[in-house]
Design a binder for this molecule. Sequence first.
Ligand code: 0O2
Length: 273
Amino acid sequence: MEIQLWKELLDPYEQAVSELVTKFRNLREEYRRKNVYSPIESVSGRVKTVKSILEKMQKKGISFEKLEDEVEDIAGVRIICQFVEDINSVAELLEKRTDMEIRSRKDYLANNKKNSGYRSLHLIIYYTVQTIDGPKKLQVEVQIRTMAMNFWATTEHSLQYKYKGEIPEHVAEKLAAAADAIEILDNEMSTVRHEIMNAQIDSQFETNVIKDILRNIENLYRLDNKREVVKIQNEFYKIFSTHNLEELERFRKQLDILAEGSGAQSIEHYKSL
Ligand code: 0O2
């Protein structure tokens, strides 16, 4: 048998995880910039440890020749959502992308939760990384779940480790009860989903409006009568303290017109070129 070069094998998977985490985080930022609710709350990723790969190969009787085909989660990316409904939205987003292809889907949601109580949606995707030796097509497991599901899975995973996969009956019962409670919690949260979504969109909108106002004030300060700009800034602080979003938006529009008239916006434009 030839020597297994683990680093060489795993490096492209590290690259895939790093690229995918960045891409999914960028999606979340794009939603936020556009004041649209993001179904993605947070993203993380990991490459399976050699110990964990070897254990899986042993458990499932997988040979080294079949390792990359049959261990589907050498690279893993986890997308956390706020609400159960967001999970399918994220899956649809992935289905539409041209830089990945969904190979298979494991739905452990709703009525399909595992006996342990585990709930999550897994998409096994093909993703190609460009290496100095050319393109390499890899499998990546994308786990999509809510924050509550993630809390349960992370805790249960630690217990699996502690008890080496043999969780005692009385602990397993507690975990099963906690899994049921988490399902109820997720369903309860779904009933106030629209209210929470609207509150978050408003908050993000306010953040973006304030960012615009401060950028314009800074640009005007570089160009205009400094005393006038200090007055504008004071006016902004006054409106800000009222927490009136409509007033803040009106102020932003006025400042936009002023900044455009004095060429302050173009400073930003040239700076970004
Ligand atoms: P790690 O440390 O995350 O890499 P199986 O044969 O059931 O073990 P299979 O067929 O390879 O798993 O695929 P499956 O069911 O999609 O599981 C892959 C991963 O999903 C697991 O990886 C876990 O991360 C997660 N998972 C699946 N079932 C459970 C569960 O009951 N509890 C928790 N906490 N996580 C689960 P690994 O290799 O187990 O671990």
